[in-house]
Write a protein that binds this ligand. Structure first.
Ligand code: AMP
Length: 670
């Protein structure tokens, strides 16, 4: 067991187990100490108010400001350190040749960009970030935005999106970032639910060289919404000309006014439990839930996690390869690295463009220390020539964290084999905003268990309970992953404007005492957890429950399978039957019927062997692509619909529409 070497004396010499146990037995002491990591304008009166569970309140009476903690607090020691390095592989010479306005647009915003043939780059010190965030906050105030107002941010991965988020938190406005892949309807739903006063957007985004007309989508969203925003603030990137609407405001023009006035906006001190942001996530009913995040708990939890989970130090470089539209992007591209005084990489682009070496090239150039992404991106790279990985010096990387979906061992092995660092699976949800389960390199390098996302983190009293009885499951027994209330700081405090839905969605089982994750899990004898799939992705074959992800994990052991999605389809006899959709490393091998038969039989065999004949897929299809959300989750619902000959329904989260045709073609060719 390794011990901490942090400057933070209160935790410097204690083992993980000791710290974790304190966080459960004496949460008040534990979190009082952790709260010292951030600046409080007024110290909390009470660390935890658990008198109205499941509505827990942390650091009651304390006043702080997240933006101040992310930016101002570092000016004394690290004004000239990079807060962000922004890299865009979308802004390349080709794009500039076709859209020359891009260069002028950067100039209009005083952006010092370095242009290269196949990418563009901006470095931004804490000092410069401070100025830009103040200008942005000043613009927001001139537009009448103040404490408690809701602001929708619909922007791609550009620095102005980070300024917008930080500027909102500076003035106490509540931001709600909407993922750029969402369309007008999704925007309208959020405008209505959040009763947004302002929308911040861009003229256009870029994805794989394709121009995405953000402004137009916002216009359509406003048309559809019952609650119309008062203004739309547009950061014009010079990519796509747009017809200004009466409520549109040009950011560059407004920023110039603030910049000329050298505007400084005092941070608004918020009581710890006042909301910092809303992030909408899909629920089991069609309407998304506005996950509401608090202020003080959020700042304390994220800062703690950087030290005690990710083992990050001030000055280190952290790269969460995500999108600001997701919880990972909020927590680990924007807030946590800045709270901890690190440099964060912000990347606009795809993993394989201009070539599959781009991630590693960015790692080398910026000496990235800690990486974090979802397994899908890695699997995508695994399909390419692996020499791309070995061309670059990645020795700065200390650890690589993965989350968001199950990490299959071949992918983890492939990555760790090449990078020579631990690949650490960890598990969390939008609702928690930071890891529920993790491996902790600082303490436990040697005890890293492949196949498991680790063990519960500080304050998460996570357990596996029998769904019907609520009794604790024995090691090896499958049950529902639950967390005893109160959840630690930083987790959702409620569903925006809907306390009832908060209780119904998360606390309706087990007398309201346990938060339900909607994930199946089991533990082993040593307390390591294994995630067995969403309760809603589970299929029932002849009265037996099977996790589609368990079957996928088994099939991905097949050396010729690059990626797999398993769904359950209706079967008159057995209720449901699993069927598998496998992307092969070399799709041409199945052109030969004998080969196809061999691979199919091997897949049936692998599943039967590891999970039993019951789990054996009824059929295996070989598409060339799988439909996924832009965050990389396989859209099983769509695959299931196609396999059952139904309409796929709402596909607004779909990343690549051609994947639907690929699945159809595979089914038709069977
Ligand atoms: P989201 O809130 O969209 O990030 O999704 C959270 C869900 O992703 C969890 O409830 C799990 O179903 C899944 N998930 C997250 N991390 C992991 C992981 N490490 N292993 C398996 N599933 C995961």
């Amino acid at each position: 067991m390794k011990y901490a070497d942090s400057n933070y004396t209160a935790t410097a010499t204690r083992s993980f187990d000791e710290l974790y146990q304190t966080s459960l037995d004496n949460p008040t002491d534990f979190w009082r100490q952790q709260a010292e990591r951030i600046y409080w304008h007024k110290q909390p009166d009470t660390i935890l108010d658990d008198s109205k569970l499941p509505f827990a309140k942390w650091f009651v009476g304390g006043e702080t400001n997240i933006c101040y903690n992310c930016v101002d607090r570092h000016l004394e020691e690290r004004a000239e350190q990079d807060a962000f390095v922004w890299v865009s592989s979308e802004i390349n010479q080709d794009l500039i040749d076709n859209h020359p306005g891009v260069v002028d647009a950067f100039k209009a915003l005083d952006n010092h960009v370095e242009f290269y043939t196949d990418y563009a780059k901006r470095r931004l010190t804490y000092n410069r970030l401070y100025k830009e965030v103040n200008y942005f906050a000043d613009v927001l105030q001139r537009l009448g935005v103040g404490k408690g107002d809701r602001v929708i941010i619909y922007m791609p991965m550009i620095l102005e999106a980070a300024y917008a988020m930080l500027a909102c938190t500076r003035i106490g406005a509540i931001h709600s970032v909407v993922f750029g892949g969402f369309a007008a309807h999704n925007l309208a739903v959020r405008m209505n639910d959040a009763q947004a006063k302002l929308v911040i957007t861009v003229d256009a985004g870029l994805r794989g060289g394709k121009v995405i007309n953000y402004k137009n989508l916002v216009n359509q969203g406003i048309e559809q919404a019952d609650n119309k925003p008062e203004n739309v603030l547009v950061v014009d990137r010079g990519i796509m000309p747009y017809q200004p609407q009466p409520i549109d405001v040009d950011y560059a023009t407004e920023r110039r006014i603030s910049c000329d006035a050298k505007a400084v906006v005092d941070p608004v001190w918020l009581e710890s439990n006042e909301p910092c942001y809303l992030l909408y996530t899909s629920g089991t009913t069609g309407t998304p839930k506005g996950v509401q995040r608090d202020t003080g708990g959020h700042a304390v939890a994220l800062t703690t996690s950087i030290d005690l989970i990710y083992d990050g130090k001030p000055g280190d470089t952290f790269w969460a390869i995500s999108d600001i539209g997701w919880a990972v992007g909020h927590s680990y591209t924007i807030y946590a690295p800045l709270l901890a005084g690190m440099t964060s990489i912000m990347y606009e682009g795809l993993p394989h463009r201009p070539n599959p070496g781009i991630w590693w090239r960015i790692v080398e150039a910026n000496k990235v220390n800690i990486l974090f992404t979802a397994p899908t991106g890695v699997r995508m790279l695994k399909k390419q020539d692996e020499s791309w990985l070995t061309r670059y010096n990645t020795s700065s990387v200390k650890s690589f964290f993965l989350a968001g979906e199950p990490l299959d061992e071949p992918t983890a092995d492939w990555l760790s084999g090449h990078l020579g660092v631990p690949i650490l699976d960890h598990y969390w949800q939008t609702e928690t905003g930071w890891p529920i389960l993790s491996h902790v390199p600082k303490f436990d390098y040697k005890d890293h268990k492949p196949g498991s996302p680790g063990y519960p983190m500080y304050g998460f009293n996570a357990k596996v309970l029998n769904e019907e009885t609520g009794e604790p499951c024995q090691p090896g027994e499958k049950g529902l992953l639950a967390i005893s209330a109160p959840l630690p700081p930083g987790c959702l405090t409620t569903v925006w404007n809907n306390d009832e839905r908060f209780i119904k969605s998360y606390y309706n089982l087990f007398n309201g005492k346990e938060y339900s994750s909607s994930d199946y899990a089991m533990t082993d004898e040593n307390g390591y957890f294994y995630i067995l799939g969403r309760t809603d992705d589970v299929i029932n074959v002849a009265g037996h429950r099977l996790g589609t992800q368990e079957i996928e994990a088994a099939i991905s052991e097949h050396p010729e399978v690059a990626e797999v999605g398993v769904v359950g389809i209706k079967d008159e006899l057995k209720g449901e039957l699993p069927i598998a959709f496998c992307i092969l490393r070399d799709p041409s091998i199945i052109e030969d019927t004998e080969n196809r038969f061999r691979v199919e039989q091997q897949i049936f065999g692998i599943v039967a062997k590891s999970l039993g004949a019951l789990a054996r897929p009824a059929a295996v299809y070989f598409p060339t692509a799988l439909p996924k959300t832009r965050s990389g989750k396989i859209l099983r619902r769509a695959i299931r619909a196609l396999a059952e000959g139904r309409d796929t329904g709402d596909m607004s989260t779909l990343d690549d529409p051609t994947a639907i045709d690929a699945v159809k073609a595979a089914i038709d060719s069977y």
